[in-house]
Design a protein around this ligand. Structure first.
Ligand SMILES: C[S@@+](CC[C@H](N)C(=O)[O-])C[C@H]1O[C@@H](n2cnc3c(N)ncnc32)[C@H](O)[C@@H]1O
Length: 273
């Protein structure tokens, strides 16, 4: 299948519009642990004007505002923007696309994106936009999910589907390229003109009662993984869930599983001249 940016954008947009209502109680619990390291990487400080791109319900922007920053959020899903406005009336949330930011050049002292960039059809174009809206010397920091080999929540599901279902069953357009290795992030930051770049793996845990809760959270709160799960036959899904329960038992802490998750935290700075 060939890469068609508008097909990717339409697929992602429809998915996030659907996921918005359940996001807070499902997938947001996996993305939340990475907000503090993300804001630290962007050196958020009081009075700094900051943009949270692909903000979803606005958690990173709200956390920046609570640190005294003047925070705005942007997301292409109207349903997500409505949630951000309802949950965080102290931030300005705007509907717009990461590849075409509706702000003048040099408007922000920092831009961050928590698990947004890998959903954008052309992350390199988005990063060029991140650089454009930054003031000289401004900081950019973003997270994307690390590859499944380093990310147990994902590998549990992919491996169980490979054993009992069909890894190729999802009706989803191919993404705009692999963006889950530190080198991918460093290369893209460099091409967008950022200096002082770095990319490191950050680890956290996703607390969930069992495999059924993991599948429910991924089905309700994601797009591409939700499409893969939805495409599995009902009988296979039972075996997939039982397989995940068996393999995840080693992560049990009392009545919860603490499933390891890992992100790449990447950062760069817009040169001053
Ligand atoms: C995994 S959610 C992350 C939400 C939030 N940043 C968080 O910390 O949980 C991905 C978000 O990216 C947004 N998104 C995807 N593609 C986008 C694009 N091209 N432009 C703007 N937002 C986009 C989705 O609407 C969704 O809210």
């Amino acid at each position: 299948m060939s890469f068609e940016p508008e097909a990717v954008r339409a697929f992602e947009h429809a998915g996030w519009q659907r996921a918005a209502a359940n996001y807070q109680d499902t997938f947001a619990r996996a993305t939340a642990p990475f907000i503090a390291p993300l804001l630290a990487a962007a050196e958020i400080e009081s009075g700094l004007r900051i943009l949270d791109i692909a903000c979803g319900p606005g958690y990173a922007a709200a956390a920046a505002a609570s640190r005294g920053a003047v925070a705005e959020g942007l997301d292409f899903s109207a349903a997500m923007v409505r949630m951000a406005r309802a949950l965080h009336p102290d931030i300005i949330a705007t509907e717009g696309d990461a590849e075409n930011l509706p702000y003048p050049g040099g408007a922000f002292g920092a831009v961050v994106s928590n698990f947004g960039l890998h959903h954008v059809p052309r992350p390199e174009i988005a990063l060029t936009e991140f650089a454009r809206v930054l003031a000289p010397g401004g900081r950019c920091a973003f997270t994307v999910w690390a590859a499944p080999a380093k990310n147990v929540a994902w590998s549990l599901v992919f491996d169980a589907i490979a054993r009992h279902g069909d890894r190729s069953a999802a009706h989803a357009p191919p993404p705009g390229g692999s963006f889950n290795q530190p080198e991918d992030c460093l290369r893209a930051l460099g091409r967008a003109g950022f200096a002082s770049t770095s990319a490191e793996i950050v680890k956290a845990e996703w607390p969930l009662p069992d495999a059924q809760a993991l599948i429910t959270a991924l089905s309700a709160g994601t797009v591409r993984m939700a499409a893969l799960i939805a495409a599995q036959r009902g009988s296979a899904l039972k075996d997939i869930i039982a397989d995940i329960d068996r393999c995840a038992e080693c992560y049990r802490r009392g009545d919860r599983l603490a499933i390891p998750i890992a992100a790449i935290l990447a950062r760069g700075q817009k040169p001053r001249d």
